[in-house]
Design a protein around this ligand. Structure first.
Ligand SMILES: O=c1[nH]cnc2c1ncn2[C@@H]1O[C@H](COP(=O)(O)OP(=O)(O)O)[C@@H](O)[C@H]1O
Ligand SMILES: [Ca+2]
Length: 504
């Protein structure tokens, strides 16, 4: 019995202090590991939302964006989760833009109801009140405002009244300037490509609408002084950008078609034989409709009847010649110009071309810009020369208005890019025709919302040197090591084999 007592006294493992230290050590390690596991357990993500209505000249579309609630300030995190195109009741065609409601403004607001109701369903109830809602109108409303500002005001009244009925945080409806439209399109493309936060070389933005078209890019040899009205400066994530941007009002594809047709109709009343439409195409059109736009400076030909015969003869080269008439290449008071006396610095790619650029080139199977420009022209030449009835048979499900205009639109795009903006056979391959980037539509809406919600900081956000999980793991490992060292430091007190008492 006395030997056993002696053994207990000599073996430090059996001293109460050692036992307490060991138990506390084990509890501490278990607690640390538990904290590490709990902290890093995936938890249900909470999102915030933002809604932007793009009131374009040809139609209105609604976009819903979402981002993780706790990371408002990080790039690459805002994504488009839903889009809704405003449709005409019981028709498959897209509804015209809000500017077409000039004579019945109350209907402009009503037309938004369906998409807005969809948005209510898409945004969780408890987030609705804090979800910002913006409406931005572009060139269609710019033209209406120039032509009839009272009508434009009534359309906005109607739209505002309708939007305020919904349970979102309404932030206003307004006309964007051409400069804003171009610059925000550029922000969208570069934000979605993660180029801003990383300070990478940026992508230029080419946006083709129905009533205006925008070109925006950063050029190393441009500091903004030559034509200040074309310059927009941004400081984003600690980087300075000096952006060149220009919006050509009336050079969207619908107004460009109107100008081209008006120019051709000047040749004489009656019939327009149009090289930009397929052979066999024939429609009776109204002069008053054709000339009903501030973009068309020509007047109805003297002594002409109310209507004219619009017929096609499908000739790409002739079409290109006709289109060139709507550009002025002669006057330029700057070191270099695109057209109509507008300054443009040396092109610097790459470029993303979206909206109607994409719709048209995608339909024509011409989005691959690695195909030499001459081959692209050759394909378009063949397409334009194809008889109208064959085109209709091949594409029974495409809206006839679009189908009839693809030859013109394709030719206009190539003319605008090469003659207007001075893209060459080499630099043509710097262009990418894009619809979406990582699931979000390319366009001005996302950039507009990011700007108005201050979601892109001017300075790069400070981030901790280690991510949270790494921090917890390192703390745990260090704690375990300290504990082991402590145990080892008790080693001199450990019982040695030679001193093992003999139990008799
Ligand atoms: O599927 C399509 N095929 C051809 N063109 C399209 C398609 N969807 C939209 N578009 C065209 O894209 C253009 C969009 O312009 P938008 O309405 O944004 O005008 P804006 O930007 O000048 O105000 C219009 O010319 C419209 O006809
Ligand atoms: Ca547009």
């Amino acid at each position: 019995m006395s030997a056993q007592r002696e053994m207990k006294e000599k073996n430090p493992w059996h001293t109460p202090v050692t036992i307490i230290i060991t138990v506390i050590g084990v509890i501490a390690i278990v607690a640390l590991v538990t904290v590490a596991v709990l902290q890093n357990r995936p938890f249900p993500q909470k999102y915030k939302y933002g809604i932007v209505l793009d009131a374009g000249s040809s139609h209105t579309a609604l976009y819903i964006y979402e981002w993780p609630a706790e990371k408002d300030n990080n790039t690459g995190r805002v994504e488009q989760t839903h889009s809704c195109k405003i449709l005409v009741e019981n028709a498959l065609a897209f509804c015209p833009g809000i500017s077409s409601y000039a004579s019945a403004p109350s209907k402009a607001g009503q037309s938004l109801t369906e998409c807005m109701q969809e948005a209510v369903q898409r945004v969780p109830e408890k987030r609705r009140g804090e979800t910002p809602l913006y409406l931005g109108a572009t060139a269609g409303m710019r033209l209406l405002n120039m032509e009839n500002s009272a009508a434009s005001d009534s359309v906005f009244q109607s739209v505002k009244k309708a939007l305020q009925m919904f349970p979102f945080s309404y932030q206003g409806a307004r006309i964007l300037s051409g400069q804003e439209e171009g610059a925000f399109g550029w922000v969208t493309v570069n934000y979605l490509d993660d180029r801003l936060k990383q300070g990478l070389e940026t992508t230029g933005a080419l946006d083709l609408g129905g009533a205006s078209t925008q070109i925006s890019f950063v050029s190393d040899n441009y500091n903004g002084s030559e034509s200040p009205s074309n310059s927009v400066t941004f400081r984003l994530y600690g980087n300075d950008y000096n952006l060149y941007t220009h919006s050509f009002l009336c050079y969207g594809k619908d107004q460009a078609l109107r100008m081209t047709l008006a120019h051709q109709s000047q040749a004489g009343p009656g019939t327009v034989l149009d090289p930009c439409f397929h052979p066999g195409y024939a429609e009776i059109k109204n002069y008053s409709v054709l000339y009903d736009s501030p973009c068309v400076s020509d007047r109805k030909p003297q002594g002409a009847p109310a209507t004219f015969n619009h017929t096609g003869n499908g000739n790409f080269l002739e079409c290109q010649k006709t289109i060139k008439n709507i550009f002025n290449f002669t006057d330029c008071k700057y070191s270099r110009c695109s057209f109509n006396g507008v300054f443009q610095p040396l092109l610097q790619g790459p470029f993303g071309a979206f909206s109607a650029y994409y719709f048209v080139m995608n339909f024509l199977n011409l989005t691959d810009t690695s195909i030499p420009l001459d081959d692209v022209k050759e394909k378009l030449k063949r397409y334009c020369a194809t008889p109208w009835n064959q085109i209709r048979q091949r594409h029974p499900n495409i809206k006839l208005k679009y189908l009839a205009e693809y030859c013109f639109s394709g030719t206009y795009i190539l003319t605008l890019l090469t003659e207007g903006y001075n893209f060459t056979s080499e630099s043509y391959s710097d262009i990418k025709f894009i619809e979406k980037i990582k699931g979000s539509d390319a366009g001005w809406t996302l950039g507009y919302m990011l700007n108005l919600t201050n979601m892109i900081p001017a300075e790069a956000p400070d981030s901790p040197p280690l991510p949270h999980a790494g921090y917890v793991s390192i703390v745990t490992v260090i704690a375990v090591l300290i504990f082991i060292l402590f145990i080892l430091s008790l080693r001199p007190l450990w019982p040695s084999c030679s001193k093992q008492p003999q139990i008799v």
